[in-house]
Design a protein around this ligand. Structure first.
Ligand SMILES: *[C@@H]1O[C@H](CO)[C@@H](O)[C@H](O)[C@H]1NC(C)=O
Ligand SMILES: *[C@@H]1O[C@H](CO)[C@@H](O)[C@H](O)[C@H]1NC(C)=O
Ligand SMILES: *[C@@H]1O[C@H](CO)[C@@H](O)[C@H](O)[C@H]1NC(C)=O
Ligand SMILES: *[C@@H]1O[C@H](CO)[C@@H](O)[C@H](O)[C@H]1NC(C)=O
Ligand SMILES: *[C@@H]1O[C@H](CO)[C@@H](O)[C@H](O)[C@H]1NC(C)=O
Ligand SMILES: *[C@@H]1O[C@H](CO)[C@@H](O)[C@H](O)[C@H]1NC(C)=O
Ligand SMILES: *[C@@H]1O[C@H](CO)[C@@H](O)[C@H](O)[C@H]1NC(C)=O
Ligand SMILES: *[C@@H]1O[C@H](CO)[C@@H](O)[C@H](O)[C@H]1NC(C)=O
Ligand SMILES: *[C@@H]1O[C@H](CO)[C@@H](O)[C@H](O)[C@H]1NC(C)=O
Ligand SMILES: *[C@@H]1O[C@H](CO)[C@@H](O)[C@H](O)[C@H]1NC(C)=O
Ligand SMILES: *[C@@H]1O[C@H](CO)[C@@H](O)[C@H](O)[C@H]1NC(C)=O
Ligand SMILES: *[C@@H]1O[C@H](CO)[C@@H](O)[C@H](O)[C@H]1NC(C)=O
Length: 700
């Protein structure tokens, strides 16, 4: 028996490895641990087994030594639903191997030595529910292993392989209304990639769970998620990440500044309390945070990154990215530096807090990071002067600590900053006269800030700066100079006015009256007369049309506008009794405080007017009081008149105004009486002798 068996085995080799009949129960062909020393599976392996291939729905080939599966080895098993090839020595499975197994529901390739799963392997497997390639050496999965065909897949197991980057091929599975699980635990994934150019295209709800626990993810950042959707805003990355249903627990996270972003997003929303236990992402490093949940528990102040020289941190300095304070901290204190570091690390937190205290730096320096500094500590250095152009490089809100240096004067550029943001104590400040601007600067801060800043005068007297006054420093303050200038200007104006007054005294009085309503020197005696009934009596040649118009439309119009109103007597508006016309005119003239005589060429031909002029001038009675008669030279033609008598004499002592004069109205106003006086008076001239004129004057 043994003799026969041995040659048979030798002859048949791997073709007929089993001798005790086929372990077939009608549906399941169980060849588990059955194929002795068989490394290649081919069609012929099954030929010696007398069975109907069509009835086999389950084929178990696990625990054998299969290394290779020949082309179309499973061709006959057209009803196969489950194929188990686990625990073999397969290194490679051609993507045609399972081509004919259209009804396959489960495919188990776990515990082999596969290194990659190529596209096409699962083509046409529309019934496939479970695909298991766990415990292999897979380091590559083609992006098209899954396709829209695979609507029935519920679980795909890629655990315990060597996949090193996460490509989004699981999301190629079509969206259906049932949960799917793609497990890639215990691999070597350390980062997210998108070489397959997948675009995030989900419509909720999403049912593809991808398990990435026990990989090598040390961190993950918003750009990882944006690989799949360029248009995502940073804060939307969290929501998108959640819809990807990626389980990234149990990864060896390095808790540093990169994780702050997620922690902040989660902790500042309701997610802080939502399914906390499902999202425990724990630190592996640094040692002191090991096992801590960085998403929920690690304090923000621990989510920082220490930078090395390779990152741009100056030698011997301590550099730390501090997202929770939104800045990068650089500490180079106490290193004996004589200059500012030439470069500082460039990070995604560009605001800089730079500590250069306790060095030997002698001056502020311009650097390419000057305008990024938000806090600059320079206490205990050897700075002697503050370079103004460098101060302007700093941000207005910088905090500047300059305590205990050797600064003697502060440039005014310092006003860019608030006093409370600049520490100047411990500097040998000198008191100087122009320093008083600092008082306002210091006083502007609210109480509480140190206002005690002091300066030294002549190396001996110490003054608090806010208490400095010009007299304390014995200097002419700028105010005095201003006062001096103002006084000088005023003096100059007075001189000019004085000269003008000397040259044109009358105009000066008119202008003073116009502006200040004052009459320099008292006015005319005529105003002391009481009992007048008119303020103004107007004498003009009504036959000259120009004059008539001017009087009516301009002069009277203007006079009437003056408040309080003048009582104006216009002989042409009064219907006077014919017989005693002249007497009446004369009487009204007498009872007027002013007589305005408008001199025009023709007035001498108008007898009544001449009469009025004569009366006004006091030809029949006493002479008119000064100021009573105001002459207005209507035009230049009237000028000729004034060269002849009696006008020549009459006007010689009087003002003759002219409407062309620029100050005409002001002068007229000046000449007119002031407030009306209503009490009665006794006229000095009651009886007017007019016999001479009545004969010629009344009948016209
Ligand atoms: C297949 O056979 C092996 C060993 O002969 C046995 O352990 C296993 O339970 C069988 N499997 C099924 C599904 O019958
Ligand atoms: C299988 O091969 C091994 C060595 O590779 C040998 O020792 C063993 O006897 C073989 N078994 C059978 C049943 O041929
Ligand atoms: C194969 O099985 C059939 C019945 O299923 C039987 O009739 C036939 O004799 C068997 N052939 C061999 C070679 O065992
Ligand atoms: C099958 O794999 C080969 C390489 O092994 C590849 O060239 C071919 O495109 C794959 N077939 C499909 C359908 O992807
Ligand atoms: C895949 O196979 C492994 C090992 O046989 C097993 O532990 C695991 O549960 C299987 N996965 C699925 C999804 O069935
Ligand atoms: C996958 O396997 C094929 C051979 O079938 C090989 O040509 C290819 O380089 C492998 N790909 C990777 C990424 O290992
Ligand atoms: C895991 O990936 C790293 C590179 O990311 C590689 O150096 C290492 O060899 C990989 N380990 C395994 C077990 O594949
Ligand atoms: C993905 O896009 C990049 C750049 O657009 C291209 O170089 C690459 O070939 C694309 N890859 C695939 C798989 O389409
Ligand atoms: C991004 O936005 C641009 C324009 O707004 C649009 O054309 C593009 O399709 C968007 N891409 C994605 C991935 O949504
Ligand atoms: C992720 O997987 C762990 C177990 O590995 C589980 O405790 C946790 O709830 C899962 N989280 C989510 C969000 O599914
Ligand atoms: C960063 O530096 C601080 C101070 O030296 C130290 O306490 C901390 O452990 C460091 N963190 C890391 C991740 O190296
Ligand atoms: C952080 O600083 C940057 C400027 O560097 C600013 O644009 C941003 O608004 C700041 N973020 C927060 C949260 O204050």
């Amino acid at each position: 028996m043994f003799v026969i068996f041995l040659p048979m085995t030798l002859i048949v080799g791997q073709v007929v490895p089993f001798t005790n009949g086929c372990p077939f129960d009608g549906t399941t062909l169980n060849l588990s641990s059955w194929l002795i020393n068989t490394s290649v599976i081919s069609e012929s392996v099954f030929t010696s087994c007398n069975l109907s291939y069509g009835s086999v729905t389950t084929l178990i080939l696990s625990y054998n030594t299969i290394e290779t599966i020949a082309f179309e080895a499973f061709k006959e098993f057209y009803n196969l639903e489950s194929l188990d090839l686990s625990h073999n020595l397969l290194e490679l499975v051609d993507n045609n191997t399972f081509r004919t197994l259209r009804k396959l529901k489960t495919l188990d390739l776990s515990y082999n030595s596969l290194t990659n799963i190529t596209g096409g392997t699962l083509d046409n497997k529309v019934y496939l529910v479970s695909f298991n390639v766990s415990h292999n050496k897979i380091n590559h999965v083609d992006s098209d292993v899954f396709s829209v065909d695979h609507i029935n897949i519920r679980e795909a197991d890629f655990d315990w392989n060597e996949i090193s980057t996460f490509e989004p091929w699981p999301y190629r599975l079509p969206a259906i209304d049932e949960e799917r699980h793609v497990s890639i635990r215990h691999n070597n994934i350390s980062r997210f990639t998108n070489a397959m150019n997948w675009t995030y295209n989900f419509e909720l709800p999403l049912r593809i769970n991808v398990y990435l626990e026990y990989n090598q993810l040390k961190t993950f950042v918003a750009p990882d998620i944006r690989l799949y959707d360029q248009n995502l805003t940073y804060s939307a990355c969290l929501t998108t990440f959640l819809t990807l249903a990626l389980n990234v627990s149990y990864n060896p996270y390095v808790c540093d500044s990169r994780l702050y972003f997620w922690a902040f997003l989660v902790r500042s929303t309701f997610l802080k309390w939502n399914r906390v236990e499902s999202y425990r992402y724990r630190c592996n490093l640094p040692k002191e945070l090991e096992g801590e949940d960085w998403l929920h528990d690690v304090p923000y102040s621990s989510l920082v990154t220490n930078l090395t020289e390779a990152d741009g941190c100056p030698s011997r300095c301590f550099c730390q990215i501090r997202p929770y304070l939104n800045h990068t901290f650089v500490d180079c204190s106490g290193l004996g530096l004589v200059k500012f570091p030439s470069v500082l690390p460039i990070t995604e937190y560009p605001r800089l807090v730079l500590n250069l205290s306790n060095n030997s730096i002698q001056q502020l320096e311009e650097t390419n990071y000057s305008n990024s500094i938000v806090q600059l500590y320079l206490a205990n250095n050897k700075i002697q002067a503050l370079n103004e152009s460098i101060l302007t490089l700093f941000d207005n809100n910088i905090y500047l600590d300059l305590q205990n240096n050797q600064i003697t004067t502060i440039p005014k550029t310092i006003l860019r900053f608030e006093y409370k943001n600049v520490s100047l104590g411990g500097n040998p400040l000198k008191c100087y006269c122009e320093m008083t601007w600092m008082i306002d600067w210091i006083k502007k801060v609210v109480v509480g800030a140190n206002r005690e800043l002091s300066c030294t005068e002549d190396d001996t007297n110490v003054h608090k700066i806010i208490e400095i006054t010009p007299s304390v420093l014995k200097c002419t303050p700028a105010d005095w100079i201003i006062i001096g200038v103002v006084l000088g200007v005023v003096l100059l104006i007075i001189v000019i006015v004085g000269l003008f007054f000397k040259k044109c005294p009358y105009e000066t009085k008119v202008i003073l009256f116009k502006i200040f309503k004052i009459h320099p020197g008292d006015k005319y005696k005529v105003d002391e007369q009481v009992g007048n009934i008119h303020d103004i009596y107007i004498v003009f040649d009504e036959k000259t049309i120009d004059v008539l118009h001017w009087v009516r439309d301009t002069l009277l119009a203007k006079l009437r506008r003056i408040k309080p109103q003048y009582q104006i007597f216009n002989p042409h508006q009064r219907v006077l009794a014919g017989e005693c016309l002249l007497e009446e005119l004369a009487e009204n003239l007498e009872k007027s405080r002013r007589v305005i005589i408008i001199l025009s060429e023709e007035i001498v031909k108008n007898e009544k007017r001449e009469f009025e002029c004569d009366i006004a001038e006091g030809e029949y009675c006493e002479r008119a009081l000064e100021g009573k008669v105001i002459y207005i030279k209507f035009n230049s033609k009237a000028g000729k008149l004034l060269l002849e008598e009696p006008w020549k004499t009459r006007v010689s002592t009087k003002k003759v105004l002219s409407p062309d004069d620029r100050l005409f109205w002001s002068k007229l106003r000046y000449e007119l009486p002031r407030i009306r006086n209503g009490s009665s008076r006794v006229h000095s001239c009651r009886e007017i002798r007019i016999e001479t004129t009545t004969t010629t004057g009344t009948r016209m």
